[in-house]
Design a protein around this ligand. Sequence first.
Ligand code: SF4
Length: 213
Amino acid sequence: MATGTEEYARPAQPPDTSSLAGLRDAARECKACHLYKRATQTVFGEGPKDAAIMLVGEQPGDYEDQEGKPFVGPAGKIMDQALEEAGIDRKEVYVTNAVKHFKWEPRGKRRIHQKPNSREIAACRPWLEAELRLVKPKLLVCLGATAAQTVFGPSFRVTRERGKVLSSKLAPRTLATVHPSSLLRQPDEESRQREYKRFVVDLRAARRAASKE
Ligand code: SF4
């Protein structure tokens, strides 16, 4: 029997609905893995149902956990800037994460991001599949290794495949690139600028792929 502190994960069971709001409401109550226990709230995807592009990241961060919205922290801000430079309107894309609760460990007063493990990712995957089923984007963009491996499997390497339009089980066209938080972790301004430009190049490729019939 599960105790309050025990870690567990089983596949989430989204309702059979054609309403994104209905999915979001159901996800608020999800307890399919233990991650809900330490998080403030479920951070579900956001954006128009007819979005041509869906962006999927790893998991909400500290800001997102508090706000209840995806990509509203520092990484989200740099992503917004890159999207604009690539000619993509953030309001027209659907933005979500592979895992919908913030996984963290305390360090002093800070909450430090922890990478979700494969069982947690698998437990949360039905929510992403349900979002994809309703939005049916022309292009799925995976931001970072966790999102890309959720879609393509554990052997996928973003460094090798970034910027390429590939087909996957979850979407007919999928492109992987880095997570915008990696830009914030660059050791100096020069490398941050270089990696930011590469990120914009990948997003431009995404815009072109999403505009094809
Ligand atoms: S992380 Fe996903 S599967 Fe786990 S409780 Fe949250 S919504 Fe449910």
